[in-house]
Structures are given as structure tokens and as C-alpha cells.
Ligand binder design. Structure first.
Ligand SMILES: [Zn+2]
Ligand SMILES: [Zn+2]
Length: 250
């Protein structure tokens, strides 16, 4: 299957110049799928031709932290003419449904277009921690360790998306290989147990199971020196740092 992946937001927490928060776009011949909807949604103009080719956009959310969902508010700019399907963890792993969390964002006090929604036609779905499918593309779901329930999403053999999680070197023992792994990296060495470090990824990632490994959800507090250290730590293991605007052919 031919597919293209765009990195629209490679940062976690907050944007800084040239690095928006978590958002990726996958185009297959049949589907246009967004992985998380952080401020990187603002970079959708980079995939304008792909947007024109599809009348449907599917958004898959790993969890509901704002750096992964705030860009839903920008969708109207790019997807006002489309049917949008938003899949989030929802019930029973969260106390509310994906639609209820979206309604929280849509409230008038937070969003001036609240009563008009995020796009012309939006349908909400809860995957509830269970595998599901987008058309004929299977999505395997795996619970991760984070401060709130977050889920790894594995789209066929194309992309494995693992963000907002501590690193688990045993995570993919029973999985078939994937063309690309997008994995979060928040720190150089041990630190925040809710996130992954470059040192742990370099030491334990089963690199051979993935065609390409790109680190995402970078810490916006990194200095240029720290970022270079992260890059050095993982480069010798064939692991790259993602950057906004990157396009990957699968
Ligand atoms: Zn995050
Ligand atoms: Zn998070």
C-alpha cells in the first residue's frame, strides 16, 4: 500500500517557533487519517493537495491532553467541507465520551464558533481501549503508562504511534513489524516517569522491528544543546528526530 505521512507537530506540551504540538497526517489511497490534533493542525496547509483528494478526514486521539486536542478548534479552516470522524478513548476508560470532551472545548466561553462545531459534519466515536478499523485499515490499540490513560495506535503495518508514555521495551514483542514508529522522547536521561528518555530508547528499542524510527513529542524546554545531545544519543542506533514539515513515503 502506498501511503504518505506528514509530521505537522513534533513538540509536546506547547509550541515554539517552528515546532507545533502533536499532529501527524497519514494518507492512504482510501483514507486521510490524522494522529492527534495538537497545534500542528495549523500546518495542514502543508498537505493541501491531500486534503483536496479526500472528502473525509478521520482523527485518532491518543488521549485528551490539550497539546493533543486543541487543534480541533482549527479544523474548520481546513475541513469545513468534509465529514470528520473523531475517535478518542472515551468510555469506559474515561469518565466521559469523546463527544463530551469535545463539547467541553466547544463551549462558548472557550471557542467563538462553538455552536457551529469544528467542521461541517463531525461524528464522534469511543474506541474504549479496544482495536477498531478505519475503513479497511485495522487500528490496534495498546494501553500505555502516562498520567492519564493514553493509547498506542498501530495502523496496519504502516505506522505505530506511541506518544505520552513511559518507554516499554517489551511493547512490540507480539506485533508484526511496522514501517514507521513514531515514539515520544521527552528527556535525555531518567526523569519524568510518565515519559520516555533518549537514553532508554537508545538502549532498549527493538530497532529491527521498524523500517524507520522517528522521535516525536519533543520537550519544548530543550535548549539547542540539549536537542543536539538527544540527537547524538539516538543517531548511532538509527533513530531520528522528527521535525515539522517532514514528509515520509511509506
Ligand atoms: Zn502530550
Ligand atoms: Zn499527555
Amino acid at each position: 500500500m502506498d501511503a504518505t505521512l506528514w509530521v505537522l507537530g513534533s513538540a509536546g506540551w506547547m509550541p515554539r517557533a517552528g515546532r507545533e504540538t502533536s499532529c501527524f497526517l497519514l494518507e492512504t489511497p482510501e483514507q486521510l487519517i490524522m494522529l492527534d490534533a495538537g497545534t500542528g493542525v495549523a500546518n495542514l496547509n502543508l498537505a493541501a493537495a491531500a486534503l483536496e483528494r479526500h472528502d473525509r478526514l478521520t482523527v485518532l486521539l491518543s488521549h485528551y491532553h490539550l497539546d493533543h486536542v486543541v487543534g480541533l478548534m482549527y479544523l474548520k479552516r481546513f475541513a469545513a467541507d468534509k465529514r470528520v470522524d473523531v475517535y478518542g478513548p472515551g468510555r469506559p476508560v474515561y469518565p466521559k465520551t469523546t463527544q463530551e470532551y469535545a463539547a467541553d472545548l466547544l463551549q462558548d466561553a472557550l471557542y467563538s464558533s462553538g455552536s457551529f462545531g469544528f467542521a461541517c459534519e463531525v461524528h464522534y466515536h469511543d474506541y474504549g481501549g479496544q482495536d477498531f478499523a478505519v475503513g479497511d485499515l485495522p487500528v490496534a490499540v495498546r494501553a500505555q503508562s502516562h498520567s492519564a490513560p493514553s493509547f498506542e495506535l498501530r495502523l496496519g503495518d504502516l505506522v505505530t504511534y506511541a506518544t505520552d508514555t513511559s518507554f516499554d521495551p517489551t511493547a512490540w514483542e507480539d506485533c508484526s513489524p511496522s514501517k514507521v514508529l513514531l515514539h515520544e522522547c521527552w528527556q535525555i536521561g531518567a526523569g519524568d516517569p510518565r515519559h520516555s528518555s533518549a537514553e532508554a530508547l537508545a538502549a532498549g528499542l527493538p530497532r529491527e522491528r521498524f523500517g524507520r524510527v522517528l522521535l516525536i513529542h519533543h520537550n519544548p524546554a530543550w535548549s539547542d544543546t540539549e536537542r543536539a545531545e538527544v540527537e547524538r544519543t539516538v543517531a548511532q542506533h538509527g533513530i531520528e528526530l522528527a521535525r515539522d514539515g517532514m514528509t515520509i513515503e511509506l
